[in-house]
Write a protein that binds this ligand. Structure first.
Ligand code: SAJ
Length: 413
């Protein structure tokens, strides 16, 4: 049904999807504007760490089922998996989707399917169909000809958890939506190639809102945990104990507080709902504000504590946006370390076992040193555990004695 599939964007979603399709016998053309990514993939390698992805990509390239290139080529289906970041005004930046649509439009032929996977505001899939239609007036599209369009346009939002992508890409249920019903049915055939979860059919707007709701739900729940953490500090209780006990109620499941919400999804996607319905999305907006305020709250406490020491040495453990990954995008940990460096709070030691060198934004301050966790803990007056990497679990409690410790993830309770 789909001898060849073209995947636009070889990032955290596109590359695993390309590998999953290729592993299931599809000829996949992976497209990326970054020539380093294209070269790496063609060499059977991956540009970022994700368990089991490297093996899947090298296998797919070795069998000739996957190759990468800079521009889309003719195919039977196109999957668009490009970033949808935030503009300054917190509306969605759809420029990457637009550029991807423009690049795909030129190679479309009757019978092709175009699927958007990028998390997008309500209405984007129909817009995508309109953009494609404008570029190709010689073909029919489902926003105008829903019954039997030449090109089918669908939405199938990604829902995999970084760190478990290669498992979840197969096992998760998928929401599969079309600009028209026929588009959804066609897209389901594509996703059934590698998905063992159920493919749930709906319309595009419902799917767009459902995807955003998943991440907004998590954000609201993390905000609840973060607020609880602040009020427990104020009231003299250990938030981890409070949560553990409350969670023993059969219908309570509070998430974990942390130094803030990072990554490119949970901290971003709820804003798409807020900008689509600003009057109605009050709780969702407030949760975003609570979570966005967390790093600054913690920063204030660390600066206050460091002020007790003459020439404070501050060890920050972890830079990634969450445990056991090397992804520093939108990381509250990185934000906190950068702020400490900019404000010249003291000598800064950073332990981050998942990177080989400091990111440029920290390196150029000249005030931050990347060291191993043992050195960081040994030499510090103030220890700020920012990420609950497994590598930090084994720190001996005796090594923490006499030091000011901020265990923001309750890893060492
Ligand atoms: N976090 C907490 N406390 C918690 C859970 C998470 O502070 O109890 C923080 C993490 O440390 C991190 C941030 O939240 O900074 C986000 O991490 P995450 O593990 O909750 O989520 P992501 O961003 O890695 O992936 C999410 C997932 N969405 C949901 O679980 C609803 C994933 O399934 C989505 O595919 C992904 O967003 C996406 O791309 O949309």
């Amino acid at each position: 049904m789909f001898p060849t599939v073209c995947v636009i964007g070889l990032g955290y979603i596109g590359l695993p999807t390309a590998a999953a399709l290729a592993t299931n016998g599809i000829n996949v053309i992976g497209v990326d504007v970054n020539s380093v990514t294209v070269d790496l993939v063609n060499a059977g390698r991956v540009p970022f760490v994700e368990p089991d992805l490297a093996a899947a990509v090298s296998g797919a390239v070795a069998t000739g089922r996957l190759r990468a290139t800079a521009v889309p080529e003719a195919a039977d289906a196109f999957i668009i998996a490009v970033p949808t970041p935030l503009h300054e005004d917190r509306t969605a930046d759809l420029s990457y989707v637009r550029t991807a649509a423009a690049s795909v439009a030129g190679v479309l032929k009757t019978g092709d399917l175009v699927v958007l996977e990028s998390t997008s505001p309500p209405g984007t899939t129909v817009e995508l169909s309109q953009w494609l239609g404008k570029s190709r007036p010689d073909l029919t599209f489902p926003h105008e000809t829903p019954a039997v369009p030449d090109i089918r346009v669908a939405y199938c939002p990604e829902r995999v958890l970084p760190g478990r992508t290669m498992i979840e890409i197969v096992t998760n249920d998928r929401v599969v939506a079309g600009v028209s019903e026929g588009c959804a049915l066609r897209a389901r055939e594509l996703y059934e190639v590698f998905t063992r979860g159920e493919c749930l059919l709906t319309d595009a707007t419902t799917a767009e809102i459902a995807k955003l709701s998943e991440n907004a739900f998590r954000d609201v729940n993390i905000a609840f945990a973060n607020e609880l953490s602040i009020l427990c500090d104020q009231l003299g209780a250990d938030v981890a104990d409070v949560i553990d006990l409350a969670n023993r109620h059969p219908r309570v499941d509070i998430l974990r507080p942390g130094p803030g919400v990072g990554g490119h999804c949970i901290a971003v996607d709820p804003w798409f709902i807020v900008s689509a319905a600003p009057e109605q999305a009050r709780l969702i907006r407030l949760a975003r504000e609570v979570n966005d305020d967390r790093p600054n709250h913690l920063l204030g406490e660390v600066i206050h504590t460091a002020g007790r020491f003459k020439d404070p040495v501050i060890a920050c453990l972890g830079l990634a946006f969450k445990a056991n990954i090397d992804d520093l995008r939108e990381s509250p940990a990185l934000h906190i370390v950068r702020q400490l460096a900019d404000r010249q709070v003291g000598q800064l030691l950073v332990a981050e076992p998942h990177i080989q060198a400091l990111p440029e934004s920290l390196a150029r301050t000249g005030r931050v040193e990347l060291v191993d966790v043992t050195t960081a803990v040994r030499d510090a007056d103030v220890i700020v555990l920012l990420v609950d990497h497994d590598a930090f679990r084994g720190v001996k409690r005796t090594a923490l004695r006499g030091k000011a410790v901020f265990d923001t993830r309750s890893l060492w309770r």
